[in-house]
Design a protein around this ligand. Structure first.
Ligand SMILES: Cc1cc2nc3c(=O)[nH]c(=O)nc-3n(C[C@H](O)[C@H](O)[C@H](O)COP(=O)(O)OP(=O)(O)OC[C@H]3O[C@@H](n4cnc5c(N)ncnc54)[C@H](O)[C@@H]3O)c2cc1C
Length: 309
């Protein structure tokens, strides 16, 4: 792993930096590249614009690793209101959240209770919820959680990471519950005992998993979202889908707000499903550091903002 990436991922967990870095105006300005603003209204405005280009969205209210259940309850309330708001706006906006934001570090059962309320409300509005996947220490517990949720809630999907060696087995073992999967490369600093460290190996595994998942879409109608900005992978996945006889609208890509926006437009214009994830909220520090780590050249962009008024 390159040193820049390791350093930025270390900084994403550093408590001093977490409370001080967001105070710098130039950092706040730079964050705008990846999020339209801190309020729901900012996210809605951005969603409306993308909707005009035939691009539906997913909202994430930023936050993770909360330390008491009353905070988790507030997060749950936030998402319940958000679902009302999305419905009022009549926009195609799904939601995606981190279990540690709903109290996963404190109580599995309480998190389940909170999550089920969110999933049920989403179902009432004919809407869907995705579970973000966090670092590898959470994967077993998150899959167990997802199995439980799927017993009663069909409208829930799970994110899985191609950098983990275990992911193919996890997918195979989950097939009987008809999972919805969002496949990503993976954003955390993982040891080589559990994850590929070399980008080439991660990309190779992403494609291998994609081929397998395309087959599952064909045979079982599985919903799969290929969530990457890697256009070489997009091309390979599109070609493999066509070869398997899947139509464009059976293929779904997902990307993050502010990254390769033109590519997002092109996919929509070409008739592929493309959904863009929009993050908002004031707890953006660790999430933003992971975005910088994905492309350490982004740090230059942050520094350039020092000189802007
Ligand atoms: C919809 C969605 C949901 C996600 N959810 C999760 C999750 O729940 N858990 C998790 O671990 N990870 C999640 N991720 C992040 C993911 O794991 C990767 O870290 C991230 O997508 C970057 O990898 P990539 O697939 O785009 O490929 P890369 O090979 O990293 O990037 C391909 C190209 O995309 C561009 N690019 C990528 N990242 C950036 C960036 N930050 N800034 C500017 N350009 C960039 C660059 O041009 C780069 O060359 C999510 C990503 C998406 C799109």
């Amino acid at each position: 792993m390159n040193i820049g990436r390791s350093l930025l991922l270390w900084a994403s967990k550093n408590e001093w930096m977490k409370s001080n870095v967001p105070k710098f105006k130039f950092v706040r300005r730079a964050v705008k590249k990846f999020m339209p603003g801190e309020d729901v209204k900012d996210a809605i405005d951005a969603a409306r614009k993308l909707s005009g280009k035939n691009i539906p969205t997913t909202f994430t209210y930023l936050g993770e690793n909360i330390t008491n259940l009353s905070e988790a309850e507030n997060v749950k309330e936030h998402y319940l209101h958000l679902l009302d708001r999305i419905n009022e706006e009549n926009l195609d906006v799904e939601i995606s959240l981190k279990l540690t934001q709903l109290g996963f570090d404190i109580s599995f059962d309480k998190t389940l209770e909170f999550f089920e309320q969110i999933a049920r409300k989403a179902a009432d509005y004919n809407n869907n919820v995705f579970i973000d996947i966090e670092d590898s220490s959470y994967v077993d517990k998150t899959i167990e959680f997802y199995r439980k949720i799927k017993e009663k809630n069909d409208n829930v999907g799970l994110c899985l990471q191609a950098y983990l060696y275990r992911t193919m087995k996890d997918i195979e073992e989950m097939l009987q519950i008809k999972p919805w999967i969002r496949l990503v490369k993976g954003a955390y600093n993982e040891p080589e005992t559990v994850a590929f460290k070399n980008k080439k190996d991660v990309d190779k595994n992403f494609y291998k998993l994609s081929e397998y998942l395309l087959e599952q879409t064909k045979e079982k109608g599985l919903r799969v979202a290929y969530a990457t900005h890697d256009t070489a992978l997009h091309e390979r996945i599109k070609a493999a889908a066509e070869q398997k006889g899947l139509s464009k609208n059976q293929l779904e890509f997902q990307m993050l707000y502010g990254i390769k926006t033109n590519e997002q437009y092109k996919l929509a214009e070409a008739g592929y499903n493309i959904r863009v994830l929009i993050s908002y909220g004031n707890a953006w520090y660790p999430w933003y550091m992971r975005r910088l780590a994905e492309r350490p050249a982004n740090v230059l962009f942050v520094l350039k903002n020092i000189f802007r008024k």
